[in-house]
Design a binder for this molecule. Structure first.
Ligand SMILES: Cc1cc2nc3c(=O)[nH]c(=O)nc-3n(C[C@H](O)[C@H](O)[C@H](O)COP(=O)(O)O)c2cc1C
Length: 283
């Protein structure tokens, strides 16, 4: 069994893949993907992200069609992944060139979405607009942050060609930035890595109030499930995965959510997590 960090990471990845491929067989998606676009690149990336999440996310939804019902649309999901391009207008704000600009300081101002997990992605041209690379992603981020959302999915600036960007927070980009003009060949891998990171950061966890770990349930009734919505048809595989997971549990903190009856196991360094059905301690 996995003895070093690398092996454990691989195991976790395997489990995550299992979760991702089987999640939501019976449930509606918990992640809503919303985008604006002018010439289609941001929509293409939204489709890649949606495909990577599988059934855990919605199909991409264009923000322009939602005027007047944005609140209701966001309310359908526990977490949001939101994307925008950037257009250089000379102004500091409302530079998405899409429907986002129409709603940021009007309809969105009164939304009650505090606590929702939100991850931003943005497209730009890091060579022609090197001083203003994907600026509008920063505004998208700030609007959701000002509504009290829990912003996740920050990424490193390493490997990018820009000189400056209004989407930098601290040392990081405030989300996933992409450049379909100059670096299209990197998009798919960047998306894959980012979706894994979002899963590690708990995007699949519902927003119900997390409670401290409950008392262990009776050991006599093990559940061969990784989450309430995840059921393994291959019982032998399920047994194997569960038994491997059990061994790695030291170093993880259990967060039981009674609303969803799921337990989120978060590594003590906060860098990875997974979900099991029911209260912790049924082994
Ligand atoms: C007129 C024009 C202005 C642009 N301004 C910026 C800019 O200020 N910063 C940036 O990073 N990209 C800029 N871009 C690049 C676009 O953001 C990029 O092409 C993006 O992929 C478009 O996304 P969309 O197809 O979803 O609209 C600009 C492109 C054009 C044609």
């Amino acid at each position: 069994f996995a003895t070093n960090a690398l092996e454990r990471a691989e195991l976790r990845k395997g489990i995550t893949t299992e979760i991702r491929s089987t999640i939501s067989l019976f449930a509606s998606p918990s992640i809503g993907i919303f985008f604006g676009t002018s010439t289609g690149s941001t929509e293409e990336v939204a489709r890649l992200i949606s495909a990577e999440f599988g059934d855990a996310s919605s199909e991409p939804i264009e923000i322009d069609g939602l005027k007047g019902s944005v609140g209701a649309a966001f309310a359908e999901y526990d977490s949001l992944v939101v994307g925008t391009p950037t257009w250089n207008t000379g102004a500091d704000v409302e530079r998405s060139g899409t429907g986002w600009d129409e709603i940021y300081y009007k309809e969105m101002k009164s939304l009650n979405i505090a606590g929702k997990k939100v991850a931003v992605f943005g497209l730009g041209d890091s060579v022609s607009y090197a001083e203003n690379y994907a600026d509008a992603s920063g505004e998208l981020h700030d609007v959701f942050q000002s509504l009290g959302c829990n912003m996740i999915g920050y990424t490193s600036q390493e490997g990018y060609q820009h000189k400056a960007s209004k989407a930098i927070r601290g040392e990081s980009f405030c989300g996933l930035l992409l450049d379909a003009v100059n670096e299209e060949e990197l998009t798919e891998e960047r998306v894959k890595n980012w979706v894994s990171k979002l899963i590690d950061e708990g995007i699949l966890e519902t927003t119900g109030k997390a409670e401290p770990a409950a008392a262990p349930a009776t050991p006599s009734s093990p559940k061969i499930k990784l989450a309430a919505t995840v059921v393994f048809e291959d019982q032998a595989l399920a047994e194997e995965i569960i038994s491997e997971v059990k061994k790695t549990r030291s170093g993880y903190m259990a967060h039981y959510n009674p609303r969803t009856d799921k337990t989120m196991w978060i590594k003590t360094d906060g860098r990875s997590s997974y979900v099991t059905a029911g209260a912790p301690g049924y082994e």
